[in-house]
Design a protein around this ligand. Structure first.
Ligand code: NAP
Ligand code: MG
Length: 507
């Protein structure tokens, strides 16, 4: 295979950093004194030693968040003042964009072109948007008529636990924090154990921006310990979770068994990305490539089931395979690298297992299917862009989320056949369609069971546009005005205006 594999340079190696927990406005060690390591997936070297939060630390963080919510300066601030702090944080992130992009690439392995042009700018846009949301959360007056005046108001929920994954570490933190803070909540955030670094830098940025103590607490640690302590906590009012469907179910169960805290879940996906014969094929090839190989395929909405209309199958997969083989896999700090390493060795092994399942079931590897051979990449967790052809929708590789750079190619005969297959999966996060037929595109958008549909494009995001899943891809929406439903609660107020009120039992 002719994949140009990029060299890993000395810039990858430096002394490990250290990070503590952020509790009540101070950086502190874990109560246990324990730490864990986060690795640089490009080299396998230790990137940082990080304080390992456990239940006791979560207790301290929740207590601080409770105080800040009920009685701290945050509780007395006007929405406009809250918005200004969030906006200031966005500005500080912009000022530190280059350093944050590099840190994200070192911790996660994503190409620097992605962290520089997607993760960091989207994070900034997200905080700017929600800074503006803070003073626009209005209630309604409801025209019931008669002698009553009735209105609603939106109030914050309280202490929010936020548990996030490793695929877009800073951006996932922004998705969660922007709306929570805009609405006046306080937060205990748990970043993923694989990628805690940029969340801790974000903590510093918010303190510098003037966020009062205790409003944002960050407790890195392990999911089964720190994450479970949040989801089981009796004084956490809401949990927002992004991650696997399996853990999402545990979160919902924990909430149900404890204090019925409110839950929103952004979970896995197995998106159908559909190419009709009438599509602009060059555009569709590039779209299919981007939909699955962006971020090494570690994207919940990745176009991992590529449905190609039977009549163009051979030509399309040949073009796609040629393009996949030309992608540059290597050092993610190089500006021209297309794909860096997978986040961990466990993920790499999982991806290899799934390629094996595909082959056993009869799928054919048209590109990739292995780790690159270049000597300097052997300590990292690299895999090559992989195309599995001859997949049928009942195979494991068509039904389960691989979360790596592996696309399963399926075919369909007509619209009806397509829709049946596309919807025959437990997930429903996103879908894509490539066609020049405007009616067909909108018919598909209406009938596909997915929370997001892209027509002749893929992976587009904006803080103003809601995002979230159907079926086992979760519930609740992030972004846009919709997310504010998850971070506020509605209070209905009744006022009697009658001059001579008469009691129900008065005659
Ligand atoms: P994961 O294993 O579910 O972990 C997600 C987060 O949950 C991590 O912070 C993890 O902590 C924590 N966690 C694990 N076990 C827990 C438990 N028992 N109780 C409470 N928290 C727990 O998922 P992942 O492998 O990191 O991320 C990949 C998944 O996220 C994929 O399925 C992907 O589709 C999904 N995702 C969805 C969206 C979306 O918007 N729908 C966006 C991005 C990713 P540790 O890491 O410390 O164990
Ligand atoms: Mg790491």
């Amino acid at each position: 295979m002719s994949t140009p594999e990029q060299k890993v340079t000395a810039a990858q190696q430096s002394e490990p950093r250290t990070y503590q927990l952020l509790i009540d406005g101070k950086f502190v060690d874990a109560a246990s004194g324990r730490t864990f390591e986060t690795l640089n997936p490009t080299t396998g070297a230790v990137l940082a030693h990080v304080a390992e939060g456990d239940a006791e630390d979560v207790n301290r963080a929740v207590a601080a968040a409770r105080r800040a919510f009920e009685s701290g300066p945050w509780a007395k601030m006007t929405p406009h003042q809250r918005g200004k702090i969030i906006y200031k944080a966005a500005q500080l992130i912009s000022e530190r964009a280059k350093e944050l992009a590099e840190l994200e690439t070192l911790d996660n392995g994503k190409p620097i072109r992605e962290s520089s042009y997607v993760d960091i700018p989207q994070t900034v846009q997200h905080f700017e948007y929600f800074a503006g949301m803070a003073d626009k959360l209005q209630g309604d007056t409801i025209p019931i008529g008669g002698n009553v005046f009735t209105y609603t108001m939106r109030e914050p929920i309280g202490v929010c636990g936020q548990i996030i994954p490793w695929n877009f570490p800073l951006l996932m933190a922004a998705w969660k924090l922007g709306p929570a803070l805009a609405a006046g909540n306080t937060v205990v955030l748990k970043p993923a154990e694989q990628t805690p670094c940029t969340a801790m830098e974000l903590g510093k940025i918010f303190l510098e921006a003037g966020l009062p103590d205790g409003v944002l607490n960050i407790v890195p640690g392990f999911g089964e310990i720190a994450g479970a302590a949040i989801s089981h906590h009796m004084d956490v009012d809401k949990v927002a979770f992004t991650g696997s469907t399996e853990v999402g179910k545990l979160i919902a169960e924990a909430a149900a068994r404890t204090n019925l805290k409110k839950v929103t879940l952004e979970l896995g996906g197995k998106a159908p990305n559909v190419v009709f014969a009438d599509a602009d094929l060059e555009h569709a090839v590039e779209g299919a490539l981007f939909s699955i190989f962006f971020n090494q395929g570690q994207v919940c909405c990745a176009g991992s089931r590529l449905f190609v209309e039977e009549s163009i199958h051979d030509e399309f997969v040949e073009r796609l395979a040629n393009r996949a083989k030309s992608l540059r896999v290597g050092n993610p700090l190089n500006k021209d690298t297309h794909m860096g390493p997978q986040v961990t060795r466990e993920q790499l092994d999982r991806i290899k297992r799934y390629v094996g399942y595909g082959e056993e079931a009869g799928a054919k590897v048209l590109a990739g299917g292995r780790s690159p051979e270049a000597e300097e990449l052997q300590n990292g967790f690299f895999f090559t862009p992989t195309i599995l052809d001859c997949v049928t929708n009942d195979m494991k590789v068509a039904q389960e989320e691989i979360f790596g750079p592996v696309v399963s190619v399926l075919t369909f005969q007509n619209d009806k056949d397509l829709l049946k297959q596309a919807n025959d999966v437990v997930f429903g996060l996103s879908a894509g369609i490539w066609t020049r037929d405007i009616k067909r595109a909108h018919r598909f958008a209406k009938s596909v069971k997915a929370g997001v549909v892209w027509i002749n494009t893929y992976n587009m995001f904006n803080a103003a546009m809601p995002f979230g899943g159907y079926k086992q891809s979760g519930y609740g929406r992030e972004m846009g005005f919709q997310v504010m439903d998850a971070y506020t609660q509605c209070k209905s107020v009744w006022v009697d205006l009658s001059e001579n009120p008469i009691g129900w039992f008065s005659n």
